[in-house]
Every structure is written in structure tokens, then in C-alpha cells.
Write a new protein. Structure first.
Length: 98
């Protein structure tokens, strides 16, 4: 590949990454919206509530038990625990991206 082509590709990739993205605000959903109800039940009452805490701590305990025998096998459980305990924040950040 020519140097000019590689330089053009590099500059193009740099421009795409560094250009500011268009920010748009959306209106708050109404309480009668079906998807908002699913979000409210699944995220607000589920992941932020006791169910999310129990799932996260269950993964943590499983990681401690499995990790006591083989450390490398316990690492995925600890990662799953971190994801489960912060799933509501991850969902909100992914919603901001979309």
C-alpha cells in the first residue's frame, strides 16, 4: 500500500473519531408507554433492587468458592459480579449511546 493511501486512511479515521457527535435530547416517556413500564420493572425494580444485589453477590460468592480452587476459573465470576452490581449504570450508558 502506498504511503499516501495509508496517510489518507489514518487521517480519515482520526477525523471520524475526533469529530463531535450530534447531541439530541429526547422527551421523557409517558407512564402509559409499554416499553417504559418494562424498563421500570426490569431495571428500576429489578437490577437496582434486591434482585440485582442478590445476583451480584451470588456471582461474587461463586467466584470466591471457585477461585479458592483455581484462580483463573474464578475470574469470570468476579467479572460477572461487577457487571451484575453495576448493570443499571451500564444500561443507562448504553441507552445514552443509542
Amino acid at each position: 500500500m502506498e504511503k499516501k493511501t495509508m496517510l489518507a486512511m489514518l487521517l480519515g479515521a482520526f477525523a471520524v473519531v475526533c469529530l463531535p457527535q450530534i447531541v439530541s435530547a429526547m422527551t421523557a416517556p409517558t407512564a402509559n408507554d409499554f416499553m417504559y413500564t418494562l424498563y421500570d420493572v426490569g431495571i428500576t425494580k429489578g437490577l437496582r433492587g434486591p434482585l440485582g444485589y442478590v445476583i451480584g453477590m451470588g456471582f461474587f460468592v461463586a467466584g470466591a468458592v471457585v477461585g479458592s480452587k483455581n484462580v483463573m476459573m474464578g475470574i469470570p465470576f468476579f467479572l460477572a459480579s461487577a457487571v451484575a452490581l453495576s448493570a443499571d449504570k451500564l444500561t443507562e450508558s448504553l441507552g445514552m449511546i443509542i
